[in-house]
Write a protein that binds this ligand. Structure first.
Ligand SMILES: NC(=O)c1ccc[n+]([C@@H]2O[C@H](COP(=O)([O-])OP(=O)(O)OC[C@H]3O[C@@H](n4cnc5c(N)ncnc54)[C@H](OP(=O)(O)O)[C@@H]3O)[C@@H](O)[C@H]2O)c1
Length: 278
């Protein structure tokens, strides 16, 4: 059987880099998405030094730019016949309200709209294999999230990085479930997971929470990546879709994440924002 081809976004650091290494060690062909070419090169070297016989490519895309995402999708279409897994991992937590190149609040752009658009653009290639898998990295923090359709980008309410983060992570779960409903006929599955609390740039924003936890409760990036690799590659996941996982186990996500009307509206609002059909 040919190697599964897996894309990982945010593959230059933290959980994404550990996921790329783990997938490579499991003999997948890994496509690392990096926003910066030099950082992408360093990350690729790190994978090759951990797994010397790895098959690994880097593609450069700024997920804060809709045009950059579209160009990356075109290159990936030209280069690969199919994708077996897409791991939407990249995220950002700016302290101040910041706008993307398209004038969109950065957390909404990178944490939600980017995986939404990237997945939709690559769906045809994910449908090519024996059941491509979309794996969205969310967080337990989605439980504190609230989708405010009147002010998704904190234009009128005061920007709070934690509220913007939690909203984007709830959007990841709602998107996962809506994609599951919409992609059933394609044979593409859609799941999401919480990796645990890992000492990375994203987690450092939450230093109030992480300080309160003992070091023993913090996971390494490798431990956090375990569920990502499981969801992307394990035969146990064949046909399993529309679920939220923690430590390889499907568990209930927040009540708000099961609201199908909110998920449908979010899908349509997101489609309008990125210029895709409903
Ligand atoms: N760490 C935790 O405790 C924790 C807990 C729950 C959930 N999570 C989730 O886990 C995922 C990974 O987080 P992490 O902790 O590993 O974060 P991290 O170490 O800060 O890594 C984030 C990755 O995203 C990339 N990225 C950021 N903005 C980008 C852009 N505009 N275009 C392309 N790539 C971009 C970064 O690239 P650069 O290297 O160029 O900056 C980096 O590779 C996130 O979805 C996060 O919400 C993390």
């Amino acid at each position: 059987m040919s190697r599964p081809i897996c894309i990982v976004t945010g593959a230059t650091a933290g959980l994404g880099l550990a996921t790329a290494k783990g997938l490579a060690a499991a003999a997948a062909h890994v496509v690392m998405i990096a926003r910066d070419e030099a950082r992408g090169k360093v990350a690729k070297e790190a994978v090759l030094s951990a797994v010397p016989n790895a098959t690994v490519d880097v593609d450069v895309a700024d997920l804060a730019s809709l045009e950059s995402i579209r160009r990356a999708s075109e290159r990936l279409h030209d280069r690969y016949p199919r994708f077996d897994a897409l791991i939407n991992n990249a995220a950002i937590v700016p302290q101040e309200r910041t706008l993307s190149k398209d004038g969109i609040e950065l957390q909404w752009a990178v944490n939600h709209l980017a995986p939404y658009l990237f997945t939709r653009l690559l769906l045809d290639r994910l449908a090519e294999g024996d059941g491509g898998r979309v794996v969205n990295v969310t967080s337990k923090m989605h439980r504190r999230g609230r989708i405010d359709f009147d002010d998704l980008q904190f234009e009128t309410r005061k920007y709070a990085w934690s509220a913007a983060y939690c909203q984007s992570k709830l959007a990841n779960v709602l998107f996962t479930y809506e994609l599951d409903r919409r992609a059933q006929g394609l044979g593409v599955t859609s799941n999401c997971f919480h990796p645990g609390v890992i000492a990375t740039k994203v987690a450092r924003r939450f230093n109030i929470f992480t300080r309160a936890l003992s070091k023993l409760l913090l996971k390494t990036p490798e431990q956090g990546a375990d569920t990502a690799i499981y969801l992307a590659l394990s035969n146990e996941l064949d046909g399993v879709s529309g679920k939220f996982f923690v430590d390889r186990k499907a568990v209930d996500s927040a009540k708000a994440s099961y609201d199908e009307e909110v998920a449908r509206t979010l899908w349509e609002v997101s489609a309008d924002a990125v210029g895709m059909p409903h």
